[in-house]
Design a protein around this ligand. Structure first.
Ligand SMILES: [Zn+2]
Length: 262
């Protein structure tokens, strides 16, 4: 069947009796449903889009063009705001020294730290956490590289993929400790995307440290579903030694699963 949308001779088709393949039909339906749902939840609607639901594909196309314009505006705004990250990377007018537990200190800006975290704001206004006579704060649980990633995220709201992969556990712990919600969500998402046999126990462990019920449930479910290949690994031996209470929870979850009660 030659589809009047995606076939190589689609341009010669004319209304009204044409055929459409199942892929194009499904895509068109889903786009219309997507925009209708978007309109049904007024508060989730991107600014600048008109309010009536699409009536056909031509209308859907207009909506997509409109969304593209909104996205371009957001990209321009992000580019404008990126000057904060440039000021950090180039050390322009920094006014605070942030010391890691190990490695060299990193200059930053008080205003950025204070606006990203209530904890930092309190630290900056409390003499307790400052070294005397200098503007310095110390984050002893982070090494230099981890601190650099944390600061980079506070300025730019994102991280290079390699950095995120390498330091996601310590950054999640820092996000929890310093109450940086956006970083916490970023790290949780990253861990959920990478959840597998190699890191399931580590994810469960960090979920407990950071009180992340989302991560804990996903990691626990994964371990229970894959218990046959995970229970006889050295990773599990090390995990069970370090986290006996979580091992008990795994056993209970497994029993519930086997009885069909989970
Ligand atoms: Zn088609």
């Amino acid at each position: 069947m030659d589809c009047c949308i995606c076939s190589s001779i689609a341009s010669v088709y004319r209304l009204p009796r044409n055929t459409i393949c199942s892929s194009c039909h499904e895509g068109a339906r889903n786009m219309a449903i997507f925009f209708n749902e978007l309109d049904a939840f007024g508060s989730t609607k991107p600014v600048g889009l008109h309010s009536t639901p699409p009536k056909g594909l031509a209308d859907v196309f207009k909506r997509i063009k409109s969304m593209r314009e909104v996205e371009q505006g957001i990209q321009e705004k992000l580019g404008f705001l990126d000057s904060y990250a440039v000021a950090f990377r180039q050390g322009i007018h920094t006014d605070i020294i942030v010391k890691p537990g190990t490695g060299p200190a990193i200059p930053a800006h008080k205003a950025v730290l204070a606006t990203r975290s209530e904890i930092f704001r309190t630290m900056l206004s409390s003499d307790e956490c400052k070294a005397p006579a200098e503007d310095t704060i110390i984050l002893p649980e982070l090494n230099h590289e981890e601190l650099k990633c944390l600061l980079e995220f506070l300025y730019s709201g994102s991280l290079a993929s390699d950095d995120a992969g390498k330091h996601v556990y310590s950054l999640l712990t820092a996000a929890d400790k310093y109450e940086i919600g956006f970083l916490r969500e970023f790290c949780e998402q990253r861990l959920l995307e990478s959840l597998g046999p190699e890191n399931a126990f580590q994810v469960l462990e960090v979920s407990e440290v950071c009180s992340s019920s989302l991560l804990k449930k996903q990691a626990m479910d994964f371990i229970v579903k894959n218990v046959e290949c995970l229970a006889f690994t050295t990773r599990y031996d090390a995990f069970a030694m370090k986290n006996p209470h979580l091992s008990v929870e795994i056993l209970r979850a497994l029993l519930l699963e086997m009885k069909g009660l989970s």
